[in-house]
Design a protein around this ligand. Structure first.
Ligand SMILES: [Zn+2]
Length: 229
C-alpha cells in the first residue's frame, strides 16, 4: 500500500513538473516568436487585462474587456486588408513575468513587456486601445492622443478627424500629446497613438461601445484612417 502511494505521488510530481515545463516553454516560445517579427506594420495594444481591468463603466463593466473586443476587430480588419499585425494580448490576461508577485509588480512587469515588444518592432505603428471615464456622465466622444515620436501627431489628427467625420459629428475634440505619466507611450521609439475610444461613464456611449456593430464601425474607421497615413 505504501509503495503504491509513493508511486502515485511520484507520478503526480512528474505530471505537475511536465505541465510547468510545458507552460514555461510555451510562454518562452510565445515571447520569442513575437520578438522575431520584423515585418509587423501595426502593433495593437488592448489596454490592461487580467487583474488590471482599468476603468470601470457606469454599469460595472471593466474597460479591459471592451478594449480587447475593439482591438480584435481592428486586428481582423487589418488582416483582411493584408496588413501584418501583432496583438500584444489576445485574452483577458496581464502580460507580467513569473517574478512579479504584487499587483503593483505585475502592472510594472506588464508595461515593461509591452514596451519591450513594441521597441523590438520599431517600424511598426502602435495603436493602444483604451476607454475613458469621468466623474460627470455628460462627457462623451473619442479622444486620440499621440506619442512624442516622429509621425505620431499627423496620424492622431487623421484618426480624430475621421472618427468625427464618419462616426461622431458632434465630437469637437482635438488630438492631444499624451500625458507624461502614460509609461508605454513615453518609452517607445515607434510612431504611436492611444485611442480613448469613448467614455464608459456616459450611459449612451457605454452601451454603444459594447455593441458589436458599433465596435465594427469604429474599427473600420480606425483601420481606413491608419492606411491614409
Ligand atoms: Zn485604460
Amino acid at each position: 500500500m505504501i509503495k503504491y502511494l509513493i508511486a502515485s505521488f511520484i507520478s503526480l510530481v512528474v505530471v505537475i513538473c511536465g505541465l510547468w515545463m510545458h507552460t514555461k516553454l510555451f510562454y518562452s516560445f510565445a515571447v520569442s516568436s513575437q520578438m522575431d517579427h520584423t515585418t509587423i506594420n501595426w502593433i495593437i495594444d488592448a489596454g490592461h487585462g487580467g487583474e488590471d481591468g482599468g476603468a470601470v463603466s457606469i454599469t460595472g463593466v471593466a474597460e479591459s474587456g471592451i478594449n480587447l473586443q475593439i482591438a480584435k476587430k481592428i486586428d481582423y480588419l487589418f488582416g483582411f486588408l493584408g496588413e501584418p499585425t501583432l496583438m500584444l494580448r489576445n485574452e483577458d490576461i496581464s502580460l507580467h513575468d513569473d517574478s512579479a508577485i504584487t499587483i503593483r509588480e505585475k502592472k510594472v512587469s506588464d508595461l515593461h513587456y509591452r514596451t519591450e515588444i513594441t521597441n523590438h518592432n520599431q517600424n511598426a505603428t502602435l495603436l493602444s486601445i483604451h476607454q475613458n471615464t469621468f466623474s460627470q456622465p455628460k462627457y462623451s466622444g473619442t479622444q486620440v492622443f499621440y506619442a512624442p515620436t516622429e509621425g505620431s501627431q499627423p496620424l492622431a489628427e487623421q484618426l480624430q478627424l475621421d472618427i468625427q467625420t464618419y462616426l461622431q459629428p458632434e465630437n469637437q475634440r482635438y488630438a492631444k500629446l499624451i500625458y507624461e505619466t502614460v509609461y508605454l507611450m513615453n518609452h517607445i521609439e515607434n510612431r504611436a497613438v492611444l485611442l480613448e475610444c469613448g467614455f464608459i461613464s456616459n450611459p449612451q456611449e457605454e452601451k454603444n461601445l459594447q455593441k458589436a456593430d458599433y465596435q465594427i464601425k469604429f474599427a473600420m474607421v480606425v483601420t481606413s484612417s491608419c492606411l491614409k497615413q
